[in-house]
Design a protein around this ligand. Sequence first.
Ligand SMILES: [Zn+2]
Length: 452
Amino acid sequence: MSRYVLLISVIILYSTSHAMGSSDDNEIELDKHHNYKDMTQILKAVNKKCPDITRLYSIGKSVQGRALLVLVISDKPDVHEKGEPEFKYVGNMHGNEVVGRELLLNLVQYMCNEYKKGNDTIKYLVNNVRIHVLVSMNPDGYEQAYNTPFPKDYMTGRANVRGVDLNRNFPDFSQIECSTEDSNHLALNRDYAREAVEGLILEPETKAVFEWIMEIPFVISANLHGGDLVANYPYDNTCNGKTREYHECPDDKTFRYIALSYSQNNPAMASSTGCDRSDHFHYGTTNGAEWYSVRGGMQDFNYLASNCMEITLELSCQKFPPPQNLPYYWRMNKNSLLTYIEQVTCGVKGFVNDSSTGAGIPYSRIEVRDIDHYIITAADGDYWRILAPGTYDIRVTSQGYDDSPYKQVTVPDCTAGSAIRLDFLLNQQSKKEIKDELGTMRAILRSLENED
Ligand SMILES: [Zn+2]
């Protein structure tokens, strides 16, 4: 069992007139909205059509018992391949924000079809990334919104059926970051973990995604929303109680870079000034806290609790647009969705191994000088450090080993597969066992559940 498992099993801008128009063979089933039954059928059909590169699995169930289905696309979809990065898209967390859901359903069909046709871009991504797609994180909320007549109400179906906003329901590590300025794997610290979950009731949808984040060594992710048009990056939360103020995270430069990779490839988003034209977005991107402060959001949770760098995408001014607009959204987002996956093949990657045994060393810290945020190696000592173009000094520290010297590396502009390979061999300090601190969050969650 992996140690990750141990740890958690703790744009009205261009509306109808632009939306109508010719469809191409990329728009596979964008003529309607897909309810839970339709969505499930499509996912099963893709899995059947491309069995070698897809796997359908469930990470849990919604309050009303709908499976939270993930379609994974990769050359070896069943396993984490040593050295291959893990990527995720999460759609429809707010049940009435549906453009992302339809785009992801189209994306998985497109990737399956194009792989079969031999499309080089798609083949590269399938062969070199493991892509997990959770089309709907809030299927119950979606059904509520789906069953409401047009024009849709602004709020119906946003929350889960118990009325909880899932993007405010994650353990809030941001307050700890505010007081300590520590942003490093806070879920591994027993005191921090307890503080973040104290009094918090995790909804089943949140809990499922939370465990998924901790189980799989995700590197990059995006959370797809609607109601505005912007790529939003951490932090989402202000420290001083202000409703809006830029809150820079240690990886600010890199987050701005990957957020731009999405916005710049989406013509509508690139020029977006926000749907109410009152926000000052920068080429279609914004720091979350500068836009408006959110506590308990999924984006900050990813960054503060795991290796995963997540941004939040607002894809449409209309949360639940009429179906005839869907092809337009696909055309705006197709290149962005693919370019964003490509980001996971950039930066720096490699392996950390024991110099005497040659074995990979999990849980080693990849540290970048002047960026106070480390990532940790996966089970085989493999790692991926996403970085904006530039020159960096990187070293590795690991319990029981001597620190490696810093190695300098220059990261080029991101193109598919441009990651710089940088391996480290560490010398053992002693034979003492690395203390297994994991399982902490699960133990704390259990103890809190027992107190109820
Ligand atoms: Zn939303």
